[in-house]
Each structure stands twice: as C-alpha cells, then as structure tokens.
Design a protein. Structure first.
Length: 186
C-alpha cells in the first residue's frame, strides 16, 4: 500500500522535454495530503473497532459472573459485534469510494496535463517553423543585397582616366548620391 511518506519521498528523473516539476510537485503534495487524511480516518476506524472488540472481550470475561444475564448479554454482545461489523463495512466502503474518486481525479488531471503539454509542444513547433522561415527570408534578402553590391562593384571600371576623374564625385555625399542613382537605374 502506498503511504504519504512514499509520495513525499518519490523523486523523478529530469528529462529534456518532460513534465513541469512544479505541477508534479503540486500534484504529489495534494496526493500526500489526501493519503494522510485517509490514513488518519483508517486509524480512527481501527481505534473504534478496537474499542468495540475490547468491549466484546470484556463481556466474554465476565460471562461466569453474568450467567443470569447471559441471554441479555449475548444479545447485546451480538448487537455490538454486528454494529461494529456494519460500521467497519461502511467505513471500508466509504474508503473505497474515496480511493476510487481520488484515482479518477488523478487520471483526469493527468489527461489534462498531457493535453496541455501537447498543445504547448505544437505551439512551440509552430513558433520554431516561423522563426526558421524568418531566418530563411533574412538570409535570402541578405544574399540578394550582397549580390547587388557585388554587381555594383563589378560594374565599376578598374582604372579612371584623368579626364573622367575630374567629372567623378569627390566627396562622400557625391559618391553616395552616385551609388543611389546607379541603384535606381537598375
């Protein structure tokens, strides 16, 4: 039988894409508290049963002294025993119902957590695909720009004649304006 101590001491290995540790810890804490409560209720039931059983044994020890009242005592003893058995059966039935409800709740919470994790993974995959597309678009844009710049550099003459150098722009602003004008022509 699993006890709350077993739940408290249970540790899981960490995995790259595992469950969130906080959710597991929270669930284990809830399970531990409920197991503690069930253990307390079972101990109380056992204590009550023990008291009733002690009562029956007491009646049995006093049997010789109570021969005159034997019939009444026997009836009362049987009644106490029947009540104890009924109470024990009732307590066991309630404990079984609570355990089944806890198990159903645990299964439901586990299913919800799995669904949530699947949704988060799908969302992250979509974000990854979008980021990869943006990187590919950026690379293409950058390569196109480099290609354009290489074509501009390739189209430049290797040497300038003296006459042309007088007509060529000399300041940075003039050079930038000339490059912009060449880019617009293309």
């Amino acid at each position: 039988m699993i006890t709350s101590k077993d739940v408290r001491n249970k540790r899981f290995e960490k995995a790259a894409f595992g469950y969130k540790q906080e959710e597991i810890d929270e669930f284990l804490s809830q399970l531990e508290a409920e197991l503690d409560e069930m253990e307390r209720e079972r101990a109380e039931a056992n204590s009550k049963i023990q008291v009733l059983a002690d009562k029956v044994r007491e009646y049995m020890r006093d049997e010789d002294a109570l021969k005159d009242a034997l019939l009444g005592a026997q009836k009362q003893g049987h009644q106490v025993l029947n009540d104890a058995n009924e109470k024990a059966e009732q307590i066991l039935a309630e404990a079984k119902e609570k355990a089944a409800a806890l198990e159903d709740e645990a299964v439901r919470q586990h299913a919800e957590a799995m669904e949530k994790n699947r949704a988060e993974i799908a969302k992250e995959k979509e974000a990854l695909i979008e980021a990869q597309q943006q990187v590919a678009d950026f690379k293409k844009s950058l390569f196109d720009m480099y290609k354009s710049h290489l074509e501009l550099i390739s189209s430049m003459p290797d040497s300038f004649e003296e006459e042309e150098s007088a007509e060529e722009p000399q300041t940075a602003e003039e050079i930038a304006a000339a490059v912009a004008a060449d880019a617009e022509e293309e």
